[in-house]
Design a protein around this ligand. Structure first.
Ligand SMILES: NC(=O)c1ccc[n+]([C@@H]2O[C@H](COP(=O)([O-])OP(=O)(O)OC[C@H]3O[C@@H](n4cnc5c(N)ncnc54)[C@H](OP(=O)(O)O)[C@@H]3O)[C@@H](O)[C@H]2O)c1
Length: 204
């Protein structure tokens, strides 16, 4: 995120403001994860393949499973996350039209949540038995996990840019907590590389 706590510009475009070192760190984290989960807004904004690159850093491990969360299921079937790589799971809701869900069934495993939102508990239930599920954003999906208190760790790279804007997304969107219920974290590690600071926090 930027110095002022934004994860994208006000246009929500896909230009990354982090360094090569940060992207390498993200890949290393992915290589250790068993599943990667991302929100539909992020997939639409930047079409990430959600794969480990280079594959050699997997060191013989299976590539992590991939999942996209979307209320409406309005996602193009030719997005990279549905292409080469482990078959992707789409978590969606009954609010999505049967047509939209069917269109994705050709390229993904589609799971329909009980309510009009996908809960973090439902996602983790699907991945039961896996040790590490990495939630890659954006802010709305991360809020889902925070709200249900199902996030163990937060990893933030503080990047030397100022983005500004009232509508630029932040790491945690949603309704937000009030003072009494806000989450408190413990700093586990911090490391400087160039002008960036890599921070790891525990929420437990
Ligand atoms: N700097 C970074 O590290 C970083 C990381 C990730 C993302 N980003 C940026 O963040 C922006 C996207 O953020 P965002 O706030 O739009 O968040 P997002 O979580 O990526 O996308 C929001 C959409 O995801 C779906 N969604 C999320 N949680 C859901 C839930 N619990 N149940 C059902 N659907 C759910 C909904 O999809 P539908 O609209 O399909 O119904 C919702 O509209 C992009 O600009 C992206 O580039 C930056």
């Amino acid at each position: 995120m930027s110095l002022d706590g934004k994860i994208a510009t006000r246009d929500r475009d896909d230009a990354s403001f982090s360094s090569r070192a940060d992207r390498r760190f993200l890949n290393e984290m992915r290589a250790k994860a068993d599943a990667l989960v991302v929100g539909a807004g992020t997939v639409r904004a930047s079409d990430p393949p959600m794969r480990v690159s280079p594959r050699s850093i997997l060191d013989g491990r299976a590539e992590p499973r991939r999942a996209v969360v979307s209320t409406l299921c309005l996602l193009a079937a030719d997005l990279k996350v549905f292409g080469k790589g482990p078959r992707t799971t789409v978590f969606t809701t009954n609010v999505a039209s049967p047509g939209a869900r069917k269109a994705l069934e050709a390229v993904a495993e589609v799971k329909v949540a009980k309510g009009d939102r996908v809960t973090a508990a439902e996602i983790l239930e699907e991945f039961a038995g896996l040790k590490c599920v990495q939630v890659e954003g954006g802010g709305e999906l991360i809020w889902t996990f925070l709200e249900e208190d199902l996030l163990d760790e937060i990893h933030i790279t503080l990047c030397p840019v100022v983005v500004g804007g009232n509508t630029a997304p932040t790491p945690a969107g949603g309704e937000g907590f009030d003072f009494a219920s806000m989450k408190r974290a413990r700093l586990v590690s911090s490391r400087r590389e160039g002008d960036e600071i890599f921070l790891s926090y525990s929420l437990r």
